[in-house]
Design a protein around this ligand. Structure first.
Ligand code: NAP
Length: 366
């Protein structure tokens, strides 16, 4: 099969490098256009990332030779698209929110679909915020988005924040099984790679915990409501529940976000054994369609008292599965558990690639 040529905006950053590494052997997509800030523009990719490549996995020699474009110059991507080198872009840019919003809209208006990791468009009502296992039907808003804005084949679809990955799919599996979750308290322990590079200063984080990550608690509390919402009247109407209180902490872990969660159900309450069974049996559209980046088992349940751990479980099933453990009764709410997932893979580049696979099989890209 001829691979679909794709672009990565922010290709030199923490998430961008993950995209490049994960796409290096992807069966459907091939990175053929890379863009970053004017600081990197004009250099071959291998030179732009020399001395700041963060991953064990590397990139193909041909990718290293790609000349980095200035992501602010949409016309370069349009030329690449005309040459057959850029069918759509993954956006992993770190800039001001308004700048990213305008830039992603400019790409979409120019006919280049944007699959984004940035938070800029997460609250735009007609932009779907996708977790492929949870709300694949939210792609139905894309034709409405294109029509309302007069765009042709361009559109914007986003991924949620990496902090919610560790509890969002477990919540959804229980909701889908008929158990409403009314309230939850979530304490996250988030890895330093979530802050990009150079990220948090080493003197702040080595041997320490920082009990604040700007904007993260609001995202952790509110984004699940859009993801669980319904396509309605040209946009997505948010769900009312679960009400979530989040405490987000930065911890000295390289990769892998952990969440300690207590949840309260509606009138129907599952037993602990039922919760574990639902999670163990949960499969969704990406598994049914056998998408290349879909984990075989989206939720892995561990019975050991000391799991999950980011170092041991963050990489489970291509680093795309959520591992849960310590599932037990809660003396204040109904049940509690610990969830763990890989923030730069499942929570960022891998999740974006899985969304692209979903959009491809639905005919929106490629
Ligand atoms: P990062 O390591 O700081 O990388 C930022 C990227 O944006 C680099 O490629 C950088 O290019 C480019 N950039 C910076 N300023 C620019 C400008 N003025 N014009 C064009 N390009 C510019 O950040 P990151 O951690 O990869 O995060 C990227 C995005 O993903 C952010 O929106 C972040 O919120 C989101 N995200 C991150 C994670 C995570 O776990 N890290 C998870 C989910 C979502 P240069 O190298 O040339 O400076």
């Amino acid at each position: 099969m001829r691979k679909i040529p794709v672009g990565v905006l922010g290709a030199t950053g923490m998430v961008g490098q993950n995209y490049i590494a994960l796409l290096s052997d992807h069966p459907w997509f091939e990175p053929r256009f890379v863009a970053a800030s004017p600081r990197s523009a004009g250099k071959p990719y291998k030179e732009a990332v020399a001395g700041r490549w963060h991953l064990e996995k590397t990139y193909k020699a041909a990718t290293g030779e790609l000349v980095v474009a200035d992501a602010n110059d949409v016309s370069t991507a349009v030329e690449a698209s005309k040459r057959g080198d850029c069918a759509f872009v993954f956006s992993a840019l770190e800039m001001g929110k308004d700048e990213i919003k305008a830039l992603e809209e400019a790409y979409a208006a120019a006919g280049i679909p944007v699959i984004s990791n940035a938070s800029a468009h997460r609250w735009t009502p007609d932009v779907p915020m996708l977790i492929a296992e949870v709300n694949p039907h939210h792609t139905d808003v894309i034709p409405l988005q294109q029509k309302a804005r007069g765009w042709g084949k361009g559109f914007i679809a986003v991924k949620p924040n990496c902090s919610i990955q560790s509890y969002m799919t477990p919540f959804y599996a229980l909701i889908e099984a008929g158990f409403e979750i009314r309230r939850a308290v979530v304490a996250t322990l988030q890895a330093v790679s979530g802050a990009g590079y150079p990220g948090v200063a080493s003197l702040d984080i080595i041997g320490n915990v920082v009990p604040f990550i700007g904007g993260e608690e609001e995202k952790s509390e509110k984004e699940p409501l859009k993801i669980l919402g319904a396509v309605s009247g040209g946009g997505i109407a948010n769900a009312e529940f679960p009400r979530i209180a989040a405490h987000c902490n930065r911890v000295p872990v390289v990769d892998g976000h952990t969440a300690c969660v207590s949840m309260e159900f509606g009138e129907k309450k599952p037993s602990i054994e039922e919760i574990k069974r639902i999670w163990r049996n949960f499969k969704a559209l990406p598994q049914e369609m056998n998408l290349p980046f879909a984990p075989v088992q989206p939720i892995i349940v561990r019975d050991e008292d000391n799991r999950p751990q980011p170092r041991k479980d963050g990489g489970a099933d291509k680093a795309m599965a959520v591992t849960v453990g310590r599932v037990r009764p809660c003396p204040v709410f109904d049940a509690r558990f610990v969830g763990c997932s890989h923030n730069t893979v499942r929570g960022a580049a891998g999740g974006g690639i899985l969304n692209a696979e979903l959009l491809k099989v639905k005919g929106y890209v490629g």
